[in-house]
Design a protein around this ligand. Structure first.
Ligand code: SF4
Length: 124
């Protein structure tokens, strides 16, 4: 990876982290520039790349008489609530799991749990 690509990737990561930190309220694009200390041109490119990759959503908003965008992350930070129902917590096979044919890879309970988590994430 070239130094230019590394810098670009680093800006994208910083932008995404700040948008994720904003949570469900999202963050105005202008606030993002202030918090990051990057110029709006560089930041705008990073936002467009993140949007193209489906990681963020932009919603047009009138703020102080000017049109801008509010940015929302499609990704959320994992919380304890996200994993509290994992089937392994109360599984009788837990002590043998992964040492024989019993493993997360062929566990129907784990598969069902992952599918249910993906379904919940899709609504975010
Ligand atoms: S992966 Fe399945 S078998 Fe293994 S501990 Fe978790 S629930 Fe039990």
């Amino acid at each position: 990876m070239s130094s230019r690509q590394k810098k670009r990737s680093s800006v994208e990561q910083d932008v995404l982290r700040l948008i994720m930190d904003a949570g469900d309220e999202g963050i105005l694009q202008s606030e993002l520039w202030k918090n990051m200390g990057v110029d709006s041109r560089e930041g705008s490119r990073a936002i467009l790349r993140l949007e193209r990759r489906g990681l963020i959503i932009r919603k047009k908003e009138l703020h102080s008489g000017r049109w801008t965008y509010r940015l929302f992350s499609r990704r959320k930070y994992a919380t304890i609530d996200d994993i509290k129902d994992i089937p392994c917590t109360f599984c009788d096979l837990e002590s043998r799991c992964g040492e024989s044919e019993i493993s997360p890879e062929n566990c129907k309970m784990m598969t069902a749990w992952i599918i249910s988590m993906l379904g919940e994430g899709a609504g975010r």
